[in-house]
Structure formats: structure tokens, C-alpha cells
Design a protein around this ligand. Structure first.
Ligand SMILES: NC(=O)c1ccc[n+]([C@@H]2O[C@H](COP(=O)([O-])OP(=O)(O)OC[C@H]3O[C@@H](n4cnc5c(N)ncnc54)[C@H](O)[C@@H]3O)[C@@H](O)[C@H]2O)c1
Ligand SMILES: N[C@H](CO)Cc1c[nH]c[nH+]1
Ligand SMILES: [Zn+2]
Length: 435
């Protein structure tokens, strides 16, 4: 019997929970061999700086550079790429960049303060990070869209210095990635990737400046390196392979849904595409579409493995059961391909991005709708949010007391003495003596 293109599950069948858990598990994150390899790379970059980054870039990306400075592309080179690309592509990048900028402008937080009756002023001061490190993946595919999604929120936040890294396998530069970096206003661009690039951004080397926070997705080596350098540097999140979860009432064209499932499956063999529907005949129709359309994909080999290993068509009793499953999976992308997505929305608790209605394919969000495509994966939308301007802003609390703030002084003194911290108490009492 031919192997089926995708798993078929029924949420009411015995053993469903275990089957679903097995599909959702993404074990690679805790792979010990990868963790050990990454630890050696991080340690080498920490101690040998540029030389180690160059050695690993030669080893993993086939670079022939003889110094790390050869792997830095001046901003004039980025502009040259922008000037030379096809005019339709340039217009599409600029259109996407503008929409991403407009959306993210709504996220910008401002400082605030308020005054109390005794003259005490309290507030919060918002400041951008000094320097951000942007990781743009480049191993199996190049991602100009990820350049925009990483850099534009940082720009909107007002970060003065953006350092971008992106690998160039075989030393072959991707001109569209460079052009996107020019549009987004990247300050320094290094053609390096993997754990060595993450370590270089975290610790700094002779050539690469240390950054305050590293953002952006990447493969298992990148994700593991980010995990290992956290604390030395801030992070946005640890992103895993791309995912899509579609909920459909059975009334959307099955070819549309099949292509939406492929759109994430084509990223990576580890990517995950799941469809949930109460209509078994519709699940059959989508399965047939998947079989018919798979051979027409450029990346059929990758998408085929992804669907076979981690994809699923899941039958549920009704839409309430579908929503319950959504919250359990907590997907990166959720498509609500139904007549009235607004009716389901109040009950959706966990999803990185929600695509509402039959005419909102997830692919638009990947490129140009406006919201960010760097999103929490592997169930982490339970506690994490999309990359945004807030990731590039920090908050400082502001406190200014007046000579009249004796009530505050008294409370501090009483609490400090209850903790036997008498210097704390006396610091308050010197200003506002106890009566
Ligand atoms: N969430 C998002 O927004 C988003 C966007 C785009 C891509 N992605 C995901 O990012 C990932 C990109 O992965 P990628 O591999 O294409 O590019 P990548 O840039 O993340 O990784 C390439 C690097 O991996 C390192 N590497 C490869 N094999 C190695 C080995 N054996 N030992 C040590 N290091 C090694 C190399 O240094 C290389 O430079 C995919 O999973 C894709 O789905 C996510
Ligand atoms: N779907 C990816 C995030 O999971 C982002 C992307 C970039 N290009 C195409 N898609
Ligand atoms: Zn995508």
C-alpha cells in the first residue's frame, strides 16, 4: 500500500491525545549532539574571536574569505544591490516595507508620568536599545522578507545601530537580501551565520561589535546558540520550524487550503501543517488536492517530507472542538477559513498570528500584510508574542519625591524595620523624621 501523504486523525478516536502529542513534539531543540557542537563553537568564538568565526564560516558555508572584514558588506554595496534589482521586485519590497512600518508604528510605546497630591512624580521612561543584532536565516533559502521583519521594528523603536548577520552558502550573496537591508536601513551587514554568528553578536569580536539583543529566526544551530548565550545578551524568543494550523468549515476550495498547508511545509522538512475540520468529506478532498498538487511544487521534496512526518488532517465533532484543539496546539499561524471568523475569535486564547476568513492566506502575513512574521512556535504562543517594536524598547521606572512625601517615608521606615534593614529605615527617617 502506498504511504499516505499526510496523517489522518480523529479527535474522538481512542489514542488521539498520544498521536497528537507525538506529532507536535519537536525533539530537535534538546538534541544533545547539537548542544555539544554549539557549545564548542560558542566557546571558540568567545576565546578566538574573528579567527574562529572565519574558520567556521569556511567550514559550514564554504567561504573562501581570508579575513572576517572581507565578509562585511559596506552600506554602499547594499545600496548598489537595491539600485540594480528588477524594478517590480524593488517596488514590492518598498510596498511591503511601508506597510510593515505603518503597522509597527502603532506598537511604539511612549514614556509616561503622573503627579500625586504631595508632589511625588511617578512614571516610566522608554528608551530604545543601543545596538541590536538581527539574525536573518540563509542556509536553505534566502529571506529578504525576514530582513524587513527584523529591522523595521528596530528602526521604529529608534535603535541607533542595527547589525545584521546572514549566511551566504558557497559565498554566494543574495542580491535581494542586500537590497532589503538597504531599504530597512541596516547599519552593518556581515555575511556569516549559524552558531558562530550568534556567538559573535553576543560576545563581540575584533571586527563584530557586541550587541544588546539578538532577534530573528534560524535553524537548530541558531536556536541552540541563542539559548546558550541568553543572559550575556537579550533575546526575542527561541523560534522553531514554521507552522500553520488551518480551521475550516469545509466550504473553502480544497485546493486553496492544500496550498496554504504547503506554504509552510515548503520551508523545512521539520515544518508543521495541520488542518482541522468537522467535515470528513472535505478532509478527503483536501487530501486529494495535496496528492495532486505536491508534484507541481518547486520544493516538493521538502514539503513532502514535512507533510508525511509532521502534517495532519484532523476530524473534530464541531467548531467548539476545533477551537479547543487550537488552544491546545497554540500554533504560530492560525487560519480561520470559515464564514464568520469573528464568531470564533473570542474563544481563541493562543496563536502567534490569526488570519481571518477565506481570503486571508497566511502567505500574505509572511510578506506584506504588515504584522511581523517572526512569531512564537512549538506551542510557545501560550506565553510569547510576535516580534515587535516593544522588543527593541526598554523601560526605566521614574520616582521623584518631594519634601512633603512624609507618608511614603513613614511607610518605608516601618516596612524596613520589619525586615531588620535599619539603614534602609534611617535613610527615609533622615529626610522625614518619625514623629
Ligand atoms: N519564524 C520565521 O519567521 C522564519 C522565517 C524564515 C525562516 N524560518 C526558519 O528558519 C530556518 C532557517 O534555517 P536554514 O538552515 O535555512 O538557515 P540558517 O541561517 O538558520 O542556518 C544556516 C547555518 O547553519 C549552520 N549549520 C548548518 N549545518 C551545521 C552543522 N552541521 N554544524 C554546525 N552548524 C551548522 C551554518 O553555520 C549555516 O550558516 C528554517 O527552519 C525556516 O523554517 C523561520
Ligand atoms: N513563514 C515564515 C515564518 O514562519 C516566514 C517566511 C518568510 N518567507 C516566507 N515565509
Ligand atoms: Zn512562510
Amino acid at each position: 500500500m502506498a504511504e499516505s501523504i499526510i496523517h489522518r486523525l480523529n479527535a474522538d478516536a481512542e489514542g488521539f491525545d498520544a498521536e497528537l502529542d507525538a506529532l507536535l513534539a519537536w525533539e530537535a531543540v534538546s538534541d544533545a549532539a547539537v548542544a555539544n557542537a554549539v557549545e564548542s563553537i560558542v566557546e571558540a568564538v568567545k576565546t578566538r574571536g574573528d579567527d574562529a568565526v572565519l574558520d567556521y564560516t569556511r567550514q559550514f558555508d564554504g567561504s573562501t574569505a581570508s579575513s572576517l572584514s572581507e565578509l562585511e558588506l559596506p552600506t554602499a554595496r547594499l545600496q548598489q544591490a537595491l539600485d540594480a534589482i528588477d524594478s517590480e521586485l524593488k517596488a514590492a519590497l518598498e510596498h511591503a516595507a511601508e506597510r510593515i512600518r505603518q503597522y509597527h508604528a502603532h506598537q511604539k510605546q511612549e514614556s509616561w508620568s503622573y503627579a500625586e497630591a504631595d508632589g511625588t512624580v511617578l512614571g516610566q521612561q522608554i528608551r530604545p536599545l543601543d545596538r541590536a543584532g538581527l539574525y536573518v536565516p540563509g542556509g536553505k533559502a534566502a529571506y529578504p522578507s525576514s530582513v524587513l521583519m527584523n529591522a523595521i521594528p528596530a528602526k521604529v523603536a529608534g535603535v541607533p545601530e542595527l547589525i545584521m548577520v546572514s549566511p551566504t552558502p558557497g559565498g554566494k550573496l543574495n542580491e535581494v537580501v542586500l537590497a532589503a537591508a538597504a531599504i530597512a536601513g541596516v547599519d552593518r551587514f556581515f555575511a556569516i551565520g549559524g552558531a558562530q554568528a550568534v556567538a559573535a553578536l553576543a560576545y563581540g569580536t575584533e571586527t563584530i561589535p557586541r550587541v544588546d539583543k539578538i532577534v530573528g529566526p534560524g535553524n537548530i544551530y541558531v536556536a541552540t546558540a541563542k539559548r546558550q548565550v541568553f543572559g550575556q545578551v537579550g533575546l526575542d524568543m527561541i523560534a522553531g520550524p514554521s507552522e500553520i494550523l488551518v480551521v475550516c468549515d469545509g466550504k473553502t476550495d480544497p485546493d486553496w487550503i492544500a496550498m496554504d498547508l504547503f506554504s509552510q511545509a515548503e520551508h523545512d522538512e521539520d515544518a508543521q501543517s495541520i488542518l482541522i475540520s468537522p467535515d470528513p468529506a472535505f478532509l478527503d478532498a483536501v487530501e486529494q488536492s495535496l496528492e495532486r498538487l505536491l508534484p507541481t511544487l518547486e520544493r516538493a521534496a521538502i514539503a513532502g517530507v514535512s507533510l508525511r512526518e509532521r502534517g495532519a488532517l484532523v476530524q473534530v465533532a464541531d467548531m467548539d472542538a476545533a477551537v479547543e484543539l487550537v488552544n491546545r496546539i497554540a500554533p504560530e499561524h492560525l487560519e480561520l477559513s470559515v464564514e464568520s471568523p469573528q464568531a470564533l475569535l473570542p474563544n481563541i486564547r493562543h496563536a502567534g498570528a490569526i488570519f481571518m476568513g477565506r481570503y486571508t492566506p497566511e502567505a500574505l502575513g509572511d510578506y506584506c500584510a504588515g504584522p511581523n512574521h517572526v512569531l512564537p512556535t512549538s506551542g510557545t504562543s501560550r506565553f510569547s508574542s510576535p516580534l515587535g517594536v516593544y522588543d527593541f524598547q526598554k523601560r526605566s521606572s521614574l520616582i521623584q519625591c518631594s519634601a512633603e512625601a512624609s507618608a511614603l517615608g513613614h511607610t518605608a521606615s516601618v516596612l524596613a524595620r520589619s525586615e531588620s534593614l535599619t539603614a534602609h529605615a534611617r535613610s527615609a527617617e533622615l529626610r522625614w523624621p518619625r514623629k
